[in-house]
Design a protein around this ligand. Structure first.
Ligand SMILES: N[C@@H](CCC(=O)N[C@@H](CS)C(=O)NCC(=O)O)C(=O)O
Length: 195
């Protein structure tokens, strides 16, 4: 495993950008040199390896629902929190945050809070984000809430179903024993929490 120093902006330098145009981690490099970026793409790759995927759906219906809910978890929660982090807080520091727009960041913070309300409503009627089984969509919401917590954006107390689900998720060994890509910065660790 190669470490990339985010605060030093290594992920925005030409060498890394040549491997991942988006300039973000994680990035998976296979033995044959194939490069796979994007958390969800990497999850799909590992999930499919043994021919019996569990996190990304077993049936066409499950696959469709998980994809939809994962996309919403990214758009409404994780990405919104990330924009808030990069634009309305010191983010990864001056080496990386060369353009900030605090107003946009604060709007995205509010979007994330609304996203929490949305997922609360979903979890009032079903045990997991995409339905009856734990999936990649749960992982994305967990990552969003860990990131939000570190940025002092707690889940509102009224979101009882979301909070109860989150407490259940904390009991999962993969969440309890999660490994982060960075040990030096609480906030950037949150962004990279592996569930
Ligand atoms: N859409 C990307 C987002 C990845 C992402 O934002 N990664 C964070 C850390 S986990 C990152 O690289 N942040 C650095 C930056 O945005 O400058 C994915 O799903 O992999």
């Amino acid at each position: 495993m190669a470490k990339v120093k985010l605060r030093k902006g290594e992920h925005k330098q030409a060498g890394f950008l040549a491997k991942n145009y988006s300039g973000t981690v994680p990035l998976l490099e296979l033995d044959d040199g194939t490069l796979i970026a994007e958390c969800t793409a990497i999850t799909e790759y590992f999930d499919a390896l043994d021919g019996a995927p569990t996190l990304t759906g077993r049936t066409p219906r499950e696959k469709g629902l998980i994809h939809m809910m994962n996309k919403r978890a990214e758009l409404e929660l994780l990405d919104a929190i990330s924009v808030y982090f990069h634009h309305a807080t010191p983010g990864l520091g001056p080496n990386v945050e060369i353009y900030q727009n605090a107003e946009w960041g604060l709007r995205q913070r509010d979007k994330a809070l609304k996203g929490m309300e949305y997922f609360d409503a979903i979890l009032k009627r079903q045990p997991f984000v995409a339905g009856e089984v734990f999936s990649m969509a749960d992982i994305t919401v967990i990552a969003g809430l860990i990131f939000a917590g570190l940025l002092k954006l707690p889940v509102p107390a009224e979101c009882e179903a979301l909070l109860a689900w989150y407490a259940r998720m904390q009991e999962r060994p993969s969440v309890k024993n999660r490994v982060t890509m960075s040990r030096t910065s609480a906030a950037s660790s949150a962004a990279c929490a592996a569930s």
